[in-house]
Design a protein around this ligand. Structure first.
Ligand SMILES: *Cc1c(COP(=O)(O)O)cnc(C)c1O
Length: 394
């Protein structure tokens, strides 16, 4: 199978395992186990002398297709598909750590990711420091002799801050630590963390990869060596495996990823430019705009803007609620990456569990709103914003 295919081709053909029936669309193999032709064949399979599947918690054909397709897209040697994005994050982090080790992480993290490193890991004797990841000096200063994992997401949720992935990867290499990047917001199309020097990439496939709001999923991608030494046994024995049905749904989802992300980004870019001109809006943060505070890093490490836009309303929480309630096409939901445009008020939903101080550190105020753009017609989304904003005082 050609490794030189461009992404749009990889995502339609990559990793396909056709059965003897020659089906066009990928088959769903809903099976827990596999039978062997003989006792000797079973023995050889268990010894690893022959290729093949053993048990669906370890791997299965539909999941294998999904993993191989993701590997091609990401330029990774190996991958494991997981039941959710959080199963991917927790497995990728915990599988390589033991009591006494230290995690250095950027503080701007998806809520559950922050809970895993800040609250869960310390229960098992794994230390964690959270820093403002935008400044490389903070990463350097945060390193301890026992730092084994560095963890970040970029762009971040919800304020779309950006972190210099190559810069952090270099610091990790200097001390033999592994950099894990949550690449959900960038999508595999706009940012390639492994090429930038990261060691492990994770996705919530629930987001753009499904892209149609149907099922949960996740994936961990890395070198074959890292997976063999760290994730392989952890994955087999703790059981975060993805359902084959979800692997099939996601395989069909990623066929249209480039088309959807292109339209979502076109919509996001148009809405960001529109909002930046509105009296009721104090600030727009969009990685595709020249006025993004870290436009220089974006130019270095991303090949596209974003499907998300963050903005701040002058009227605070009251204005944010009023705007969300007045929108007719754009729906209120904390999900993202969907074909439908979704809007959320982080301070009262996704980030409500943080202290006021932690929210302020992340730049989340009462007026902060996060928009995930769908694939609708751009003009309908702009008209929806125009009518909803007209009800707010200037
Ligand atoms: C959604 C999300 C996750 C968690 O994924 P689930 O599939 O919901 O478990 C992790 N990181 C980021 C950035 C996300 O957006």
């Amino acid at each position: 199978m050609s490794k030189n295919w461009r992404p749009a081709t990889q995502l339609v053909h990559g990793g396909t395992l056709r059965s003897q029936f020659g089906e066009t669309s990928e088959a769903i193999y809903l099976t827990q186990g596999f039978v062997y032709d003989s006792s000797e064949a079973a023995e050889a399979r268990f010894k690893g002398e022959t290729d093949g599947f053993i048990y669906a918690r370890y791997g299965s054909p539909t999941n294998d297709m999904f993993e191989k397709r993701m590997c091609m897209l990401e330029g990774a040697e190996d991958a494991r598909a997981t039941a959710s994005g959080m199963a991917a994050v927790s497995a990728a982090i915990l599988c390589q750590l033991k009591a006494g080790d230290h995690i250095l992480a950027a503080r701007a993290l998806f809520g559950s990711c922050r809970w895993v490193v800040e609250t869960l890991a310390p229960k098992y004797g794994i230390e964690c420091t959270l820093i403002d990841g935008r400044d490389l000096a903070n990463w350097e200063a945060g390193i301890r002799p026992n730092t084994k994992v560095m963890f970040l997401e970029s762009p971040t949720n919800p304020t779309l801050e950006v972190i210099d992935i190559a810069g952090v990867a270099k610091l990790a290499d200097q001390i033999g630590a592994k950099l894990v990047v949550d690449n959900v917001f960038a999508t595999p199309l706009f940012q390639k963390p492994l090429e930038l020097g990261a060691h492990v990439v994770i996705y919530s496939a629930t987001k753009h990869i499904d892209g149609q709001g149907r099922c949960l999923g996740g994936v961990v991608l890395s070198s074959k060596e890292w997976i063999d030494e760290n994730l392989h046994d952890y994955f087999r024995h703790t059981g975060p495996a993805m359902s084959p049905f979800n692997a099939w749904t996601l395989l069909k989802g990623i066929e249209t990823l480039p088309l959807r992300v292109a339209q979502q980004t076109k919509n996001a870019s148009a809405i960001a430019d529109f909002l930046a001109e509105q009296m009721q809006v104090a600030r727009v943060i969009y990685p595709g705009r020249a006025d993004h505070p870290q436009a220089d890093i974006i130019a270095k490490q991303m090949t596209g803007g974003s499907t998300l836009v963050a903005f701040e309303l002058k009227g605070g929480k009251e204005a944010a609620f009023k705007l969300q309630n007045a929108l007719e096409v754009i729906r209120i939901s904390n999900n993202l990456g969907d074909a439908k445009s979704l809007i959320t008020h982080p301070a009262t939903t996704t980030h409500k569990n943080l202290s006021d101080e932690a929210r302020a550190e992340l730049g989340i105020s009462g007026g902060t709103v996060r928009l995930s753009c769908g694939i609708e017609d751009t003009a309908d989304l702009l008209e929806d914003f125009a009518q909803a904003l007209s009800g707010l005082a200037n």
